[in-house]
Design a protein around this ligand. Sequence first.
Ligand code: CU
Length: 161
Amino acid sequence: MMRIRAMLLAALVAILIPLAATAHEFKLGDLTIGHPWARATAGGTANGAAYLTLANGGASADRLVGVASSIAAKVELHTHLMDGGVMKMRPVEGIDIEPGAPIELKPGGLHVMLIGLTAPLKDGDTFPLELTFQKAGKVTVTVNVEATAAMEGMGDMHHHH
Ligand SMILES: [Cu+2]
């Protein structure tokens, strides 16, 4: 019995260590920017998307109003919404961050759109992303590029660019 437990524990540790190694966060005043990551892109894909979490530990709301990176010709804040039964992307002006109400940018929801990548995003690469907040100012975070099979074909949803 003990041996099985030890093996399970070893297996669990083996799973958790890589997760811990890729999780990272950045602070700017009362704001915490959690685990910025982007999906690795296939060879000819022109666009990419980055995701992160935003948490506000302060007493008043702030707002993410700008995103910039040298990795792409144009960087925008986007959201997904249903339009006549079809999921579409739309640029958003900003993202409000209320105290105690963390926001997750994630596949299928809010995201940082990287339009016109200067190079493909490869698993294991990192790139800088500058975030501008209405009150807290600017911070540059490091985005980890991660391979994931989920949501294949996301780039195809950007014909309007
Ligand atoms: Cu988009």
